[in-house]
Each structure stands twice: as C-alpha cells, then as structure tokens.
Write a protein that binds this ligand. Structure first.
Ligand code: HEM
Length: 469
C-alpha cells in the first residue's frame, strides 16, 4: 500500500561536567503540509513531528482530511482556551474519550457538561490538598517497603526502574483509593489489567479524521474485554464491601460513599462509584510513576544535582527516614521534580474538541475542530525558558516561577489536575525516601528514548542498577 514508512526517531542527548541536555527527539524535517506522512509518524511517536517553528509560533492550524487541527502555544492564548473560554473547550478529544470510555464510563477524566461539573466537585473534595496529609502514612509505608525490598537485592542489582516506580505508585494509589483490604493478588490484577488495557487501545482515532465528529468506538477485542471485566469485577467488590460497611474507613471509596449518602441528589450508583474510583486510580498512578522514572534518569546523569539532593536530605532529615512533614522543607527535591515535569510532562498533550466556532489569536476556529496544547512544546519554548532543553532545577528555586500559563504539567483552569498536590507530595517524598538509601544508575551507554502514548515514558522502560549509599 504505502511505499513510505515512518522513520526511526532521532534522539539528541548531551552531557558535560556542568550541563546536561537530556534525551529528546530531534526536530521534524519532513515537508510541512504533508499530513499523511505526519499522521503516520505521529502514530509511531507524537513527539517526533514538531518543526522548530512549532516551538515559536503562537497559534497554527492545519487540516487532516478536512478536520481542522489547531496548535496553541502562547501563554495568553492558552489562558483563553483553558480558563476564559473553558466551556467551549472543556470537551476532551474523541480519541481520548473513545479510548477510555469502555474502562471509565462517564468518569471525570472524560466527562463534560453537567456530569463533569457535579463529579468534579466531588472528586476535588476527595483528593484535595487538605486531605493529602491523611494519605501520608500510606505513602511512607509503601515507599519504606520498597526500600526493604531493594535492600534484599545484591548491591548493583539490575531492575527496570519504570516497573519499580509503577509498582510503587500503583500500590500507593490502590491503598489510598480502595483501602488496605484489597489484598495483594487483587491489587496486582487491577494494575496489570490497567497496563494491558492501555497497551491495547490506540490513541489516534482515525474515524474522527474521516468525518465522525465523535470518533469511532474502539474495537472491543477479547483481550480488551478480559482486562475491563477483571478491573470492574474487583472494583465492584470493593465498593460493595464498603456499602455493606466492611471496607477500610480511611480510603477514597469510603469518602465517595459518604459523600453520596450526604448528597443523594448526586445519584452515584454502583457504576458511577466504580467509574470515579477507576478514574482516580488510572489518573493517579502512571503519571507519578513516569515523573519519578524521569527524575532517576536526570539525577543519574547530572551528578551535581544528585549530590545536591543527597545533601538536602541529610540536612533536613539526618539519618531518619523522610516523612510527609519533611516535604515542605525539601526545596531542592521539589525543584528536581518540578524541572522533571517541565522536561518530561507525563501528560504531554492536552487535546480538546471545540464546541462552537471561535477565534484564538487571529485564527478562526471551526466547531468540532481539534485544539491541541502540547506541554512538551510549551515547556521547551525558548522565549519562555532559557536554554529550554537543559536540565536546571534552579529554575524553580528561591521563589523563581515560570511565566503564568507557560508551565502546565497539571493542566490549568477548571480542569486542572485535582490530584496535583497528592502527586507532587508523593513524588517528592518517594524520591527522598529512596535517594536517602540508594543511588540509581542508568548505564552510560543506554539510549533513552521518550515515547508518547497516553503518558510520556522512556521506551522499553528504564533499565538501571541499584547501589546502596
Ligand atoms: C505527577 C503526577 C500527575 C500529573 C503530572 C498529572 C497531570 C494531569 C493532567 C495534565 C490532567 C489534565 C488532563 C487533560 O486535561 O487532558 C490531569 C487530570 C486529572 N488528574 Fe492528574 N496528574 C498527576 C497525578 C494525579 C493524582 C495523584 C491524582 C489522584 C489522586 C490525579 C487525578 C486526576 C483526575 C481525576 C483528573 C481529571 C480531572 C478533570 O478532568 O476534571 N492526578 N492530571
């Protein structure tokens, strides 16, 4: 059929004694306007299709099979999309909705309109900043268990740190959402099924480009059905236990149920409760796992930053294990996580479907067009970040903050990530607990390649060796 095949992604990485430019795809050098080639390349890797001009132009539009696609890359225009005209752009892209609807139903992540408004208030309340300290013991205990497991391995042991971090954050969110009674077997089954679900769905819905405004349903293959059934069965059992009064009282499911009892007008039946629990579980673990994995890669190469992390942990905690109360004092660790989120935003693309015609900058926007805000591009825009490809945690130290709406790893506006403080606290705490006892080393010869699917991860994970400190 096609003589042309997507090219392999070319990666740039540069390291010297004082500066580190971590791995990123080289600029796209194909002809602009060649949308078929671009679309096929995007299916291989969405991060390898950007031309230098995409990093500097404020708003650009292209057309794929008649569908308007708009890229917005200027802070004031992003504010227009996510805040000022939020209602026109609150709708997730058909590819995102179609990819996740089978698993999450009308869960917050993909809902809009009235359902979203009602549920947003509910989920906000449950994962809100004020509640984060109550999940501190779960985070501390789970990170402590990983330290013990790593201690049981020989010094220099080989592990894939993406898998290790995925296990850690899945355990934390699973205990937080479902409580401690879930049991290891069910917790592992949920995590494995979520992982296989993600690998089975395709994030580009071609139906949308050939005229179906709502995209086309994802093909429900037998393996996809199996994953979904398994997840739903386990979550339903947890919810039923809680409804019968036998669940863990300090869990998010319990909070959801209590909120429903206080506000029956929310009409949260078993399916709605399951959808929200599954949404929080899904939204809350891969993102944090990806953040921690990228942080290990950056610290492993940038020895000066790793040293600063170690010195800070020793200064703040001495020899005792870091706790959630230490997090506000771990300024450098926080800066490392924030800079990691700039360079490798776990959600690298925010995609919306326009409801009504509008104008962004001087660009006319059509109804049902696809509006893209790409944190990956925005965070590497030279006019907003000096030497944007370099790893420099100092950008976030001593009260320095990026220009508003130029740094959006958690999105912004009414649809901002409600778990932002949960995720930040968890990442800083886990980094501190593990870095206090271990150095994580990525082999000098290993080629790290960012891969963009629903989240941004290193392709093939990140093979490392663990060294006791
Ligand atoms: C470092 C960690 C995290 C990052 C970078 C992150 C990032 C994001 C982003 C960018 C969005 C918006 C997506 C979009 O608009 O398309 C989002 C939404 C969401 N996140 Fe997070 N997140 C993180 C951790 C968490 C955690 C720990 C939880 C729960 C405890 C959570 C729960 C959610 C939920 C429920 C939504 C949907 C909100 C809505 O649509 O109104 N996230 N997250």
């Amino acid at each position: 059929m096609f003589a042309w095949r997507p090219r392999p992604v070319e990666i740039t990485e540069r390291l010297n004694d004082t500066s580190f430019e971590p791995a990123h795809a080289a600029y796209y050098d194909g002809k602009s306007g060649d949308w078929l080639r671009l679309l096929l390349q995007a299916r291989v890797d969405f991060l390898s299709i950007w031309r230098p001009a995409d990093f500097t132009e404020r708003v650009t539009a292209t057309r794929v099979l008649g569908r308007q696609i708009v890229l917005v890359n200027a802070p004031d225009l992003i504010r227009q999309v996510v805040v000022k005209r939020h209602e026109n752009y609150e709708r997730k892209s058909p590819q995102m909705r179609r990819a996740l609807e089978y698993l999450l139903g009308d869960g917050l992540f993909i809902s809009d309109g009235e359902t979203w408004k009602q549920r947003r208030a509910l989920v906000n309340d449950i994962v809100h900043t004020n509640r984060v300290p109550s999940f501190g013991p779960v985070m501390e205990k789970t990170a402590g268990e990983l330290v013990e497991r790593w201690r049981g391995m020989p010094d220099g042991a080989n592990v894939n740190v993406l898998h290790e971090m995925a296990g850690l954050t899945a355990e934390i969110i699973s205990r937080s959402v479902f409580g401690n009674n879930l049991g290891k077997e069910s917790a592992d089954a949920v995590t494995d099924s979520f992982t296989s679900y993600q690998s089975l769905i395709d994030s580009i819905n071609l139906g949308y480009f050939i005229g179906f405004d709502e995209g086309l349903p994802v093909l429900r293959t037998p393996s996809l059905r199996r994953s979904v059934k398994r997840i739903h069965r386990i979550i339903d059992k947890v919810v039923e236990d809680h409804l019968a009064g036998s669940g863990d009282h300090n869990s998010m499911v319990e909070l959801l149920i209590r909120r429903q009892e206080r506000s029956p007008e929310l009409k949260l039946d078993l399916v709605a409760l399951r959808n929200e629990a599954a949404t929080i579980f899904m939204a809350g673990h891969e993102t944090t796992a990806a953040t921690l994995t990228w942080a290990w890669y950056l610290l492993s190469r940038a020895g000066w930053a790793e040293q600063a992390v170690h010195e800070e942990i020793a200064r703040v905690c001495g020899d005792r294990t870091p706790t959630i109360d230490d997090v506000p004092k771990l300024d450098y660790c926080r800066a490392v996580i924030e800079e990691t989120l700039r360079l490798y935003p776990p959600v690298p693309i925010l995609a919306r479907q326009t409801k009504q015609a509008d104008t962004i900058g001087d660009m006319p926007i059509e109804p049902a067009s696809l509006v893209l805000i790409v944190p990956w591009l925005l965070h590497r825009t030279p006019s907003l970040f000096e030497d944007p490809h370099l790893f420099r945690p100092e950008r976030f130290l001593d009260g320095r903050r990026p220009v508003p709406y130029s740094y959006i790893p958690f999105a912004s506006g009414p649809r901002v990530c409600p778990g932002m403080n949960f995720g930040l606290t968890e990442a800083i705490l886990c980094l501190a607990v593990l870095a206090q006892r271990f150095r994580v080393r990525v082999d000098a010869g290993h080629k790290v390649e960012p891969l963009c699917r629903l989240t941004l991860r290193p392709k093939g994970g990140l093979p490392v060796t663990l060294h006791r400190r």
